[in-house]
Design a protein around this ligand. Sequence first.
Ligand code: CP
Length: 338
Amino acid sequence: MNRTSPSSQGSSSSAAAGPGRGMGSVPAWRHRDLLSLADLSAADMNRIFDLAKHYLPLVTSRGERSSHLAGCSVVSLFFEDSTRTRLSFARAAQLLSADVFELTGKGSSTSKGETIFDTAMNVEAMGIDALVVRHNMSGATKLIADHVSCSVVNAGDGRHEHPTQGLLDIFTIRQHFGPDLAGKHIVIVGDIVNSRVARSNIYGLTTLGANVTVVGPPTLVPADLECLGVTVSHDLDSIVSEVDAIMMLRVQFERLAGQAFPSAPEYRRRFALTRERAHRMPDHAVVMHPGPMNRGLEIDSEVASHTRSVILRQVTHGVAIRMAVLRLLVQANERGMA
Ligand code: CP
């Protein structure tokens, strides 16, 4: 750590503006890690959104890259399966010209009894700048962050948080409606109690002034969630016509969510975004889902691919958000500001 390669200081800062150049010099960022959106202020999030907007053209360009993290190394430690998050971080790091390495739980020495913090410390000892960690244990990323001095990004820890998913979801809403989220009605539907995505979105959206309603069966949406500053509802039909954005969550069978309602048809009848319910949404409203989807359970295929769906746009935005997060964390840590 604490390398000071010229390239990692934003080597093209003197170059003309453009997503692959420019913005080489940015005001101080003081977070070493990103473990929870509860740790970020509105100003912090807006800083990430501004940088992500700057990087977004690189995500869809073919071949152009930024040199902002050239000479840096990013390691993904994924102890739980992933498609979007894992590839998105790898793509983000590559677009910043960082070297990217991946280690999954399967095939690592954790199978021989090594602790995750020993694994993380050994990886760090190889001279890396950031660890991107997913684990099925809530708090695993904090445990690792307490044992290393490189930056740690929480890529989903158990039922706790998935902060870059929250950021990319909010970025998608902002890109659609504009940056002022005050008063926007965002409805999150489904397995809230098991959802790290819901928790990160709730922290982020309420900090930015949005009105958040969480909807689902009482077993998955307990009334005491109101302490997080959201409205709790068990009646999707009564609010579907009042949403600006509706975020459908996957029923997480691996976390036993299937035991929280009588049957899949009953869940679908009351809480799915069916074609009929989607017709009752306001014309301007958008449909979101973090993926992976249970098509036909929480969302109809026709709704997922409808023009009002921004589900694949969320994935594209995820790369830009992760570029912004990696860049801010790694540079703050290198400069000793975090
Ligand atoms: N949204 C999300 O975290 O998807 P993956 O599990 O595929 O990474």
